[in-house]
Design a protein around this ligand. Structure first.
Ligand code: FRU
Length: 491
């Protein structure tokens, strides 16, 4: 399909008008959605002049993927987002068919964006080859100018055998007196690899090395890499395409994984172990992290999947981000908790202690679709314990814990879907002798479950009608639980 090429001015005029049809109540309260149309990956997650900026892969003209733009939002606390006009549109030759994912940083010259410009070149025989090159733009937090000599890194300058079409998603940072950049690529066997470059001026980049390489175990192409120190280790995050499951890990065909290891920054050598999944839910991909000025490393991901996404009829936006999550490293594993600023929006506290659940029960005051709720199973004697959210006679979203098998199962068969798709997923959890802590963050169109203080996370988008707001507990046997629930209200 041929798409028309829109300038940034045209895009801004269009999105302003088209987004008027979307009311505040039509969106989640605190999860970022596109201003209008389609969103995928988070981009340019960065602090600039004291505010946090979050850009996103954006196609404003339809609710499906199209030639990529960068949408833009800003926040003071990473919970309440304010839309800014689109930052990039594919309106220059090096990015003529898309401004793909990338990152941003505050530097002396302003707010610098590095992104992948996608273009096509004729092969001379009537066919065309798609090229992915890295491009630069600099702005003031609202308006961005593309560098006139883009691209700054070309696929054609890569070593022989490295793929020129799959070369994308630059992440850059400062290390001492120079900048480093990594990007996803494929080797000659079509396996993913992460390439490292250095520069002193962000415009001239030197290829250094393959920082990490897929040995065939982790999918095909590696997208959206991120690389940072966490605790006493270095973490590499990447999102592999075509991922095969490995028992209870990697159950999304487009998955997000991480490695932990040691990095020798002088020699550019990264030694790392086996990968783990970052999230066990249905909807999580292409995360990006940011180091906040106070030292917290926070991550957002795209809370949707390429394979299953559901758009209720008439909805004019498609796609959303996860809640930003604070990351820490414990026992070789990344733990994630919802960013603590969410606690400023808590109201209506309801607490229950030592409730015995045998069969089904509902608890007075425990319901709603904008919630921060922790359910702690403290003991008892039970074969399974279930929490249902967003439920009424017709709908329910079910989370069941089986203590004998250390298994958590989620089921969204009745979460508002008009046609059945894959709806169940299992996550193996730590053995804590029948005890488990389940923290749910609900925000209208999503549920994020943080298990055992963030040891594992399960994220999902849902399209259950908003009036289904019941919460039900049940046990086969007898479970003893505490519940602490807050409503989340944007003041
Ligand atoms: C990941 C991804 C990136 C690419 C972008 C295009 O979801 O495929 O690799 O830059 O989306 O929208």
């Amino acid at each position: 399909m041929e798409f028309r090429r829109y300038t940034i001015e045209e895009t801004r005029a269009y999105e302003k008008k088209a987004s008027e049809a979307i009311g505040e109540k039509d969106r989640p309260a605190f999860h970022l959605t596109p201003l209008v149309g389609w969103m995928n990956d988070p981009n340019g997650f960065s602090v600039y002049q004291g505010k946090t900026h979050l850009f996103y892969q954006y196609y404003p003209y339809d609710t499906c993927w199209g030639p990529m733009h960068w949408g833009h939002a800003v926040s003071e606390d990473l919970i309440r987002w304010e839309f800014l006009p689109a930052a990039l549109s594919p309106d220059s030759d090096p990015d003529a068919i898309g401004c793909f994912s990338g990152t941003a940083m505050e530097t002396e010259e302003g707010h610098v964006l590095l992104y992948t410009g996608v273009s096509k070149v004729p092969n001379g025989d009537g066919t065309e080859t798609e090229l992915q090159n890295q491009c630069l733009a600099v702005g003031d937090g609202v308006n961005y100018s593309k560098y006139e000599n883009n691209p700054v890194v070309r696929g054609e300058d890569l070593p022989d055998g490295f793929n020129r079409t799959d070369f994308r998603d630059p992440k850059f940072w400062k290390e001492g007196d120079h900048y480093c950049m990594i990007a996803g690529n494929r080797d000659e066997n079509r396996f993913g690899q992460i390439l490292l470059f250095t520069s002193t001026d962000l415009r001239n980049w030197k290829y250094e090395t393959v920082l990490a390489h897929n040995d065939g175990r982790y999918g095909g192409m590696w997208e959206c890499p991120d690389f940072f120190a966490l605790g006493d280790k270095h973490v590499l995050i990447t999102s592999p395409q075509d991922m095969r499951a490995d028992r209870y890990e990697f159950h999304n065909g487009n998955n997000a994984i991480y490695f932990t290891g040691d990095y020798d920054a002088e020699k550019h050598v990264y030694s790392y172990g086996d990968a783990r999944a970052l999230d066990y839910g249905f909807d999580f991909y292409a995360p990006e992290t940011l180091l906040l000025p106070d030292g917290r490393r926070v991550m957002v991901g795209w809370m949707q999947s390429w394979d299953n996404n559901f758009l209720p009829q008439g909805r004019k936006w498609n796609g959303m981000m996860t809640i930003p999550r604070e990351l820490t490293l414990k026992n070789g594993r990344i733990w994630q908790i919802p960013i603590r600023e969410i606690e400023n929006y808590r109201t209506g506290k309801t607490v229950y202690t030592d409730v015995t659940v045998a069969g089904d029960c509902e608890l007075e005051g425990i319901r709603g679709r904008y919630l921060d709720m922790t359910v702690t199973v403290k003991g008892g004697s039970y074969d399974s314990f279930t929490v249902e959210i967003a439920c009424d006679e017709e709908n329910t979203t079910v989370f069941t814990y089986d203590p004998a098998r250390n298994m958590m199962e989620a089921d969204r068969t009745y979460s508002g879907l008009i046609r059945d798709v894959l709806c169940q997923r299992k996550m193996r959890v730590a053995d804590r002798n029948g005890e488990i802590k389940l923290r749910f963050i609900l925000d209208r169109n999503s549920a994020e479950l943080f298990v055992n203080d963030g040891e594992q996370v399960f994220s999902m988008a849902m399209v259950t009608p908003l009036q289904s707001e019941g919460i039900r507990f049940s046990a086969q046997g007898t479970a003893v639980i505490d519940v602490e629930k807050y409503e989340l209200v944007m003041k």
